[in-house]
Design a protein around this ligand. Structure first.
Ligand code: GLT
Ligand code: MN
Ligand code: MN
Length: 388
């Protein structure tokens, strides 16, 4: 039965072909589900109410396909998307599966590997453009090391920058109008991956030839693996105008990359994240980069996909509830009062600085009054647990 939490295309929920198509393989066990073809995945995603489907080049076109095979596959996929009303907002490139990338792709020591990685990305950009994608994600899963004996990391950074500059020029020369979204992860499959956090990519972007074309794609699990607060990373990206895409999933701290159903491990963190995205008016796709438990068949995969979207919509409603709660509003008003106009000391000038230096602060009084954050947090818990 449809209800208020039933996803609709206007909610902009998307999934990767690799997410619902995940067959449950892990380092210790084989696939537990049969192959789901891209066309079947499209039908499934339309059935559960997603707006779009995203893909790596090789999720759709096998790496060894002939040009004729490629064109037929793309034609069939396009018509399946059209028939089900699904969009392809984002495309990406697989630079991690093939053994050629065992030493990295853009950062590999062999210049032929680096050139192949750039060529493969250009072809993936052609494919994405053909399917209407305007966002191009780059996750450098193999760009890293097991031993630092192999190269200096600053050399890797230079190679990565060179590749990005090249790809921006390619997008411009083909009028693809892409926005690139860089996705960080601290480790796995490499022992250490370069640019381990969203913050590291934000710093790199400012050094590119076309910083305006490049932003980030933070993933819940990846920031969490680095021990970080995902919402804070997202907020920094947003404030810098760089939140071009987002990968929603969940993760228990201190584990391997779990890619769990959104909201299934840390509901409070998921709540603050959804609240942030909704409060600031993030208008991009809400992409779920997660997969179903290995225990599931394809009915269970649908339960997983529906669950991601349902949890998002429930948390969105809870966020509106939080914003409208009168007790919370009055606590926030008191807080706003304490915050003054939000400015610290105003702009620097010599007179202001002299006055600041001369001012006496009553440290004891600054620390004397409780801030009522305990109350605010428990009100949040009450709302989330449905007793308020
Ligand atoms: C891979 C990875 C994800 C990335 C995908 C894009 S592929 O599944 O674990 O986090 O977003 O390359
Ligand atoms: Mn992940
Ligand atoms: Mn991801």
């Amino acid at each position: 039965m449809p209800d208020a939490y039933t996803p609709r295309p206007e909610h902009k929920f998307t999934f990767g072909l690799w997410t619902v198509g995940n067959r449950g393989r892990d380092p210790f066990g084989d696939a537990v589900r049969p192959t789901l073809t891209p066309v079947e995945a499209v039908r499934m995603l339309a059935e559960v109410g997603a707006m779009g489907v995203n893909l790596h080049d090789n999720d759709l076109v096998p790496i060894d396909a002939t040009v004729q095979e490629r064109d037929r596959i793309v034609r069939e996929f396009k018509s399946a998307c059209e028939a089900s009303g699904l969009k392809v907002p984002m495309a990406t490139v697989n630079l991690f599966y093939d053994p050629a990338f065992r030493d990295g792709a853009f950062t590999a020591n062999d210049p032929a590997v680096r050139a192949y990685a750039v060529q493969k990305t250009m072809r993936a950009m052609d494919l994405g453009a053909e399917l209407g994608a305007k966002i191009f994600v780059l996750w450098g899963g193999r760009e890293g090391v097991e031993t630092d004996a192999c190269r200096r990391p600053d050399e890797a950074i230079k190679r990565f920058r060179e590749a990005l500059n090249y790809l921006c020029e390619y997008s411009l020369s083909e009028n693809y109008d892409y926005k690139f979204a860089l996705e960080a992860k601290p480790n796995e499959p490499r022992a250490d991956i370069y640019f381990p956090t969203t913050g590291a990519y934000l710093a790199l972007i400012e050094t590119l030839d076309h910083p305006e074309m490049v932003g980030v794609n933070p993933e819940v699990a990846h920031e969490q693996m680095a021990g970080l607060n995902m919402m804070h990373s997202v907020a920094q990206a947003w404030e810098a105008g760089k939140l071009f895409h987002i990968d929603l999933n969940d993760q228990v701290p201190g584990r391997y990359d779990q890619d769990l159903r959104f909201g299934s491990a840390n509901l409070i963190a998921a709540f603050w994240l959804v609240k942030f995205l909704e409060d600031v008016g993030y208008s991009g796709p809400r992409h779920f980069d997660a997969h179903a438990y290995r225990t599931e068949d394809y009915e269970g995969v649908k339960d997983f996909a529906r669950g991601c979207m349902r949890t998002y919509l429930i948390l969105k409603e809870k966020a509106a509830h939080w914003n409208a709660d009168t007790e919370i509003k009055s606590l926030l008003a008191e807080m706003a009062n304490r915050e003054g106009n939000g400015q610290m000391v105003g702009r620097f000038d010599k007179d202001r600085a002299a006055r600041l230096l001369a001012r006496d602060f009553d440290r004891a009084s600054l620390a004397s009054k409780g801030l009522q954050y305990e109350k605010l947090d428990q009100l949040t818990v009450d709302i989330l647990l449905g007793v308020r």
